[in-house]
Design a protein around this ligand. Structure first.
Ligand code: G3H
Length: 537
């Protein structure tokens, strides 16, 4: 493993363009259309990047409000008031007016690009290149969402007549949406639910993830300026203190949550009216790669490394276990180990860096625990620098001879450990997928079209995307992204997200002369925002 000399930087050696005037104290929050001054307790933010100051290290980078029940309820009341049972300014707006607000938001958001990218690097340790990608992908996602809504609206801007009934069918908002994204994509994955929920006319309570909170601070003003009062409200703090009262109030209509199934289950159970709550969930995954005996080993190794170790393996879509045909296992392991050893470990701003510091304080202990458990039951650490660590940096570890008795076989490691299992019969990886609690994606690597076709037909009813000679991934964002079993609920993509945050609703009238006259008059004189044949170009 290549490491930068002196892995963690001296304060004076941080490249100027990546530095920030730390600490950043966020003493404001957005609720009921106002950016409000916070006077209560604060949560301290520690970066995964430790900075040398003389003989010691410092990683304190800022603070944000630690809210309680009262502030959470205030945010919720503001969101309820803004929705006003569907009569509020925002849900009652025309689609075109809402699109204009989103466009204004994008302009203001882009002004904060540089700062948000730097905060992504400092708060979660994401490389500069990937942080830029996260910001730009999010902007593209918002722009594509606007285009998709325009096309949805055009399709709904006509009357249907069936069995003597005239109707106009559109999609309407659901109410108040509680949005929570994950720490690995704190901007992108939060916005892939928040923006479609918003643009469909819902009002929002938004809680940033555990890590990646400060990076939303520069966007508060954009939310305030682009949207009417109370449409977007932010809450910060411990889930138990602020989310429990929100859910128990029964006023949350949609829970959009990307994180662990344990937390999702707790939140869902707290809602007193389960049938009124719609859940859009992105949860755990343990995506396997199945490597067939005839695969191009060099290409497969390359793709498996990207799949398993991009952003240190902290992707829900990461390849989290590799099943390799025993006929090629030795060559595969040797090449995998050689390539993993070439990866560069360093700070997020280092050129061509592959492995960066991990944001979770106890992560290294957890990963070592998984490795020890596996080793005690016969697994071997294959690469020479595997599992070496310094502060928050952990060099990727390849574990071979993994079997079903080991924790790593079942648990989602969400970090730089690659468990490898060799198989004799193809039923072994297939049974793994069938018996797994998760069902997001799988990858097949090989050349034989017959065998690949057979595997596709088996796997496609177990997971929601089968990748051929390609790593697992969410994108492109216009493809459906979902999972079976404990991996997800609801489907996201640019167009699907507009559907999950809305409901089909219609105006219908018997085709009588009087009804035709009423409909004609409403449409001609532009009397309704819903019953209209206007469309956006
Ligand atoms: O953490 C899960 C993300 O949705 C994965 O997205 O496949 O584009 O990295 P990605």
């Amino acid at each position: 493993m290549e490491t930068s000399d002196n892995l963690f930087p001296d304060r004076n050696n941080i490249p100027e363009q990546f530095n920030l005037p730390f600490p950043i104290i966020q003493s404001e929050y957005l609720a009921d259309g106002e950016i409000r001054e916070w006077k209560g307790e604060f949560h301290e933010v520690y970066s995964p990047i430790f900075v040398k100051e003389g003989e010691s290290y410092n990683n304190y980078i800022g603070s944000y409000p630690l809210m309680g029940k009262e502030e959470a309820i205030f945010a919720m009341d503001a969101a309820c008031k803004a929705f006003d049972n569907g009569k509020g300014e925002w849900p009652a707006m025309t689609v075109e007016q809402r699109i204009n607000c989103i466009r204004k938001f994008v302009v203001l958001m882009k002004e904060q690009r540089e700062l948000v990218i730097k905060l992504l690097m400092w708060e979660i340790g994401k490389s500069f290149k990937d942080s830029e990608k996260e910001f730009d992908r999010t902007v593209d996602y918002i722009n594509d969402t606007v285009e998709s809504l325009k096309s949805l609206d055009r399709d709904s801007s006509r009357l249907s007549i069936s069995q003597g009934i005239i109707a106009q069918i559109r999609r309407a908002p659901l109410g108040v949406v509680l949005c929570m994204g994950p720490y690995n994509y704190p901007l992108n994955e939060t916005f892939t639910t928040l923006i479609p929920a918003l643009i469909m006319g819902n009002t929002i309570i938004f809680k940033p993830p555990r890590f990646g909170v400060l990076l939303h601070f520069p966007l508060l003003k954009a939310f305030k300026e682009a949207f009417p009062k109370g449409v977007v409200n932010t809450v910060y703090g411990s889930g138990q203190k602020i989310l429990t009262p929100l859910m128990e109030s029964g006023k949350i209509n949609v829970l959009a949550f990307i994180g662990s199934s344990k937390v999702a289950d707790i939140l869902r159970k707290q809602h007193p009216k389960p049938h009124r709550l719609k859940c859009i969930l992105g949860l755990e995954a343990k995506n396997p790669a199945i490597v067939l005996y005839d695969t191009d080993i060099d290409e497969t190794v390359k793709e498996c490394i990207t799949g398993a170790l991009s952003f240190n393996g902290q992707r829900c879509t990461a390849l989290k276990i590799l099943f390799v045909d025993e006929k090629i296992i030795n060559t595969f392991l040797e090449k995998l180990s050689n390539e993993v050893e070439k990866l560069k470990i360093g700070m997020p701003w280092d050129a061509d860096v592959n492995i960066t510091p991990l944001p979770e304080a106890n992560k290294i202990e957890y990963l070592n625990g998984l490795i020890e458990d596996a080793q005690q039951q016969g697994a071997k650490l294959i690469n020479p620098s595997g599992a070496q660590s310094e502060k928050s940096c952990f060099s990727p570890a390849i574990l071979y001879n993994v079997n079903s008795k080991m924790r790593i076989y079942h648990e989602e490691q969400f970090g730089p450990v690659i468990p490898v299992v060799s198989y004799k019969s193809i039923d072994e990886p297939l049974n793994y997928v069938i018996e797994s609690d998760y069902g997001q994606q799988a990858s097949i690597f090989g050349k034989d079209a017959d065998q690949i076709a057979e595997l596709i037909d088996t796997l496609i009813n177990q997971v929601c995307r089968v990748n051929v000679n390609s790593q697992c991934q969410r994108g492109p964002d216009n493809f459906p992204f979902t999972g079976r079993k404990d991996s997800a609920e609801g489907t996201l993509s640019i167009s699907d997200a507009l559907r999950v945050f809305s409901i089909r609703t219609l105006v219908a009238a018997k085709e009588t002369e009087i009804n035709k006259d009423i409909i004609r008059e409403i449409i001609k004189e532009d009397k309704s925002n819903f019953l209209t044949t206007d469309f956006i170009l």
